[in-house]
Design a protein around this ligand. Structure first.
Ligand SMILES: Cc1cc2nc3c(=O)[nH]c(=O)nc-3n(C[C@H](O)[C@H](O)[C@H](O)COP(=O)(O)OP(=O)(O)OC[C@H]3O[C@@H](n4cnc5c(N)ncnc54)[C@H](O)[C@@H]3O)c2cc1C
Length: 164
């Protein structure tokens, strides 16, 4: 299953210095992006069909996203939406975590995928680990063995609960 993400790019009148990535308890997330902010929310699983059309639902911004943004950050009451789009997350429905490392049976096939919405922050470490695996034949600085493909065959998920 893939998760469709509805995202909007918005600017607030009041700058928020050092604003981190914030994930609200509703599932809405926002963070700085260029001169403004980017925010998004995924539909509930019951409304997340695999063949959803990739069209933004523009009404969602005012009805669903803005009220949450304004209650979390009062300065967001004065924001305006500048762009919106919809897309698919690369998504591991098994345990919502990356699958990293060599395939157990196919020589030369190395996984680095399935990051489920948190791959950007993990990419420096994953890139280094996969490079070590290819060059040295094993991890040197960070042991990413818990993310190996074999966990799926063994039925041992590494469950990520914070999925946006
Ligand atoms: C709106 C949005 C906001 C996000 N914000 C954050 C964040 O704040 N922090 C964070 O950690 N993560 C964030 N993520 C998640 C992060 O972007 C992904 O986890 C990360 O990009 C995954 O990297 P990847 O290389 O595994 O996959 P991708 O970046 O999806 O790259 C896969 C590539 O494979 C190509 N491809 C697909 N199929 C084929 C094919 N058959 N043949 C050839 N090429 C193919 C695609 O075109 C694509 O270029 C966000 C994602 C979205 C959509």
């Amino acid at each position: 299953m893939r998760v469709a993400a509805a995202c909007s790019c918005s600017t607030a009148l009041t700058p928020l210095p050092a604003c981190p990535l914030v994930v609200d308890t509703s599932g809405l997330w926002f963070r700085p992006e260029g001169a403004g902010y980017i925010c998004g929310i995924s539909p509930p699983e019951s409304e997340d069909a695999d063949d959803l059309p990739l069209e933004p639902e523009h009404a969602q911004f005012e009805e669903r996203l803005w009220p949450v943004l304004a209650s979390r950050v009062p300065a967001f009451e004065a924001l305006r939406q500048t762009r919106a789009w919809a897309g698919y997350y690369e998504y591991n429905s098994y345990d919502h975590n990356g699958i990293v490392g060599a395939h157990p049976q196919i020589p030369g096939l190395v996984f680095a995928n399935g990051f489920s919405g948190h791959g950007l922050q993990q990419s420096p470490a994953v890139g280094r680990a996969v490079a070590e695996l290819i060059v040295h034949g094993g991890y040197r600085t960070l042991d990413l063995a818990p993310l190996a493909f074999e966990r799926i065959a063994r039925g041992q998920p590494v469950l990520e609960l914070n999925v946006v």
